[in-house]
Ligand binder design. Structure first.
Ligand code: GLC
Ligand code: CA
Length: 583
């Protein structure tokens, strides 16, 4: 469908010497002809905050295009561009008004085309974010739909009568409050899993699906390589309306089933759009069980290529705002689970950050300044040595941290403001408690502008950016790190290279070899040719790690501390040290 298969590596600028080692699309003994997206490292761009190219304080496609060489040099194979279509921005682009138009803040279609063409030249693929669970309430379909009960678009959305003057059910939105809004004019309620300005589409209606598939084909014909499907597990609604139990309501549940209809819609979409193409589809698979995930992403089932799971992310981010405690055991359990060795047909995504969560180094890394960067490199070691497709989020590769939020007006996110209204202004939670928790968990932490250099506005824009810049930009920035071989950025480059050089890190089996340790986390990846041990010291203390019985180290292939040797059967590990060794 994309019709463009550039011979990727040959087009790379010669200056980028380190590409020489292996091609990302090489087949491996265990995985002949793996699809391109299995061997790729992805990078998520949040356009609003990446690079401002026309000096209005907002990131855009001109800026993104100018930074593509940086991404080629980093070694990423593909980019996920977060929501970038025309939108009134109630939820920063996740409320789409026109799926065939670029958000004017981000530029024109010509800017997008130039960006895509340059990405192709550099051998970088591009996937777009399709927000198909809902549209904006300003979308033409919804304007029609709400205009009268018998409009031909009425059935594009979920309209229901109220119940004794109240909403049809007690379902809650993901952002807080009732999931139903009464439309005075026609006297019925419409369903929205998110804000009232984000009405849910009715996927049961074949006309809706046909419209959505046409949109996918429109972008695929332009040459994009796939799609990330926003909130995809919400598209299937329960067959009948029912009320949640009182216990389910505080958990902000909209409805509980992702049932059969989800698979039906996904198979239908596959058949109409993905079949006989090499387009990639990655779902935001919120709230599904491990078994459901395996079913949805099993290549034999022809639904989605892979998906993001949230089971680990929500452990220390409770109800999307309360800061919980990070336990290594949770991470360990999730990684074992997520490697899906027992489901060879399923392919996982490996990720620590996206535009909806706070910064990984602030969540899981060291809180001691002297170990911060080292712990960011340890996280990179882990992310790039697990089975699945890694997604790096912009700024993660330079070790960007959470923002020191001090007051509610520093927040941009609609969710943070809703929560403030619902919980603080109503007297449920003190402003202090809410601030401390939101500061640690808010997704605004990953939406501060990318830190390019130590100049004005961190090099993001010539004028004041739409969002506050993290004050640590003077030291944590791309320019300083690119000239420092010991920086977080340099380490990411090395680790990406290492992953490509040793396909066992992509496709091998996974075995935890320190299952009961609360500080050292070690695992072995194995395929028919190689066995690799990864050891990570998740603590501020020096620790000894005993190699598993009978194992000896052949050589070190990556180290976040310039380690050159390991003697004997025990390894003394520095705080936050990480090593990858051949055994
Ligand atoms: C997804 C997006 C998030 C958005 C929500 C509603 O979770 O990643 O940013 O707010 O869907 O579209
Ligand atoms: Ca701009």
């Amino acid at each position: 469908m994309t019709g463009i298969d550039l011979s990727r590596r040959s087009l790379l600028p010669l200056a980028v010497g380190f590409w020489a080692t292996t091609s990302a699309s090489a087949s491996t003994p265990s995985q002949p002809r793996a699809p391109w997206w299995k061997n790729s490292v992805f990078y998520e761009i949040y356009p609003r905050s990446f690079q401002d190219g026309n000096s209005d304080g907002i990131g855009d496609f001109i800026g993104m295009k100018d930074r593509l060489e940086y991404l080629a040099e980093l070694g990423v194979d593909a980019i996920w561009v977060a929501a970038c279509f025309d939108s009134p921005n109630v939820d920063n682009g996740y409320d789409v008004r026109d799926y065939r138009k670029i958000m004017p803040d981000f530029g024109t279609m010509a800017d997008f085309d130039a960006f895509l063409a340059r990405a192709k030249q550099l051998g970088i693929r591009v996937i777009l974010d399709m927000v198909f669970n809902h549209t904006s309430d300003q979308h033409r379909w919804f304007i029609e739909s709400r205009s009268s009960r018998n409009n031909r678009y009425r059935d594009f959305y979920h309209w229901h009568d109220g119940k004794n003057g109240a909403p049809p059910t007690n379902w809650q939105t993901q952002f807080g409050g009732s999931a139903w809004t009464l439309d005075e004019k026609t006297g019925q309620y419409y369903l929205h899993s998110f804000e009232a300005q984000q009405p849910d589409l009715n996927w049961e209606n074949p006309e809706v699906r046909a419209e959505l598939y046409a949109i996918l084909k429109f972008w695929a014909n332009k040459g994009v390589d796939g799609f990330r499907f926003d909130a995809i597990t919400f598209i299937a609604k329960p067959e009948k309306l029912y009320d949640l139990t009182p216990e389910e309501i505080p958990a902000r549940k909209t409805f509980a089933d992702h049932g059969d209809r989800l698979s039906f819609y996904l198979k239908d979409m596959y058949k109409h759009v993905f079949k006989n193409t090499d387009l990639y589809s990655v779902g935001e698979n919120w709230g599904v069980s491990r078994d459901e995930y395996a079913r949805i992403t099993d290549s034999r089932n022809k639904e989605l290529s892979s998906g993001f799971r949230f089971d680990f992310q929500i452990k220390d981010n409770v109800d999307a705002w309360r800061k919980g405690t990070f336990h290594l055991s949770d991470l360990r359990a999730f990684n074992r689970d997520n490697s899906f060795d027992d489901h060879p047909g399923t392919w996982p995504v490996v990720w620590l950050e996206d535009h909806d969560y706070s910064r990984s180094v602030s969540r899981y890394g060291s809180q001691r300044p002297e170990y911060r960067d080292r712990s960011a490199k340890l996280l990179a070691t882990m992310m790039l040595s697990l089975r699945g497709t890694p997604f790096i989020y912009q700024g993660q590769e330079i070790g960007m941290t959470n923002f020191p939020f001090k007051s509610i007006d520093q927040f941009d996110d609609v969710f943070a403001h809703n929560e403030w209204r619902l919980q603080v202004e109503s007297g449920h939670i003190s402003s202090q408690e809410m601030l401390v928790n939101l500061a640690a968990t808010t997704r605004d932490n990953t939406r501060t502008p990318m830190q390019w250099n130590d100049g004005p506005n961190a090099g993001f824009s010539a004028v004041k950016p739409w969002m506050l810049v993290n004050p640590n930009f003077r030291t944590t920035n791309y320019s300083a790190e690119s000239s420092d071989p010991r920086s977080v950025l340099s380490f990411y480059k090395k680790m990406i290279r290492t992953r490509k050089q040793f396909p066992v890190l992509i496709h091998g089996t996974y075995k935890d070899v320190s299952p009961d340790d609360s500080q050292i986390y070690a695992y072995i990846r194995e395929d028919s040719t190689n066995r690799v041990l990864i050891a990570l010291n998740f603590s501020d203390d020096e620790k000894t790690f005993a190699l598993p019985e009978g194992e000896t180290v052949k050589r070190i292939i990556a180290s976040n501390m310039d380690r050159t040797q390991i003697q004997g059967s025990a390894m003394r590990m520095q705080p936050w040290e990480s090593v990858v060794v051949m055994i």
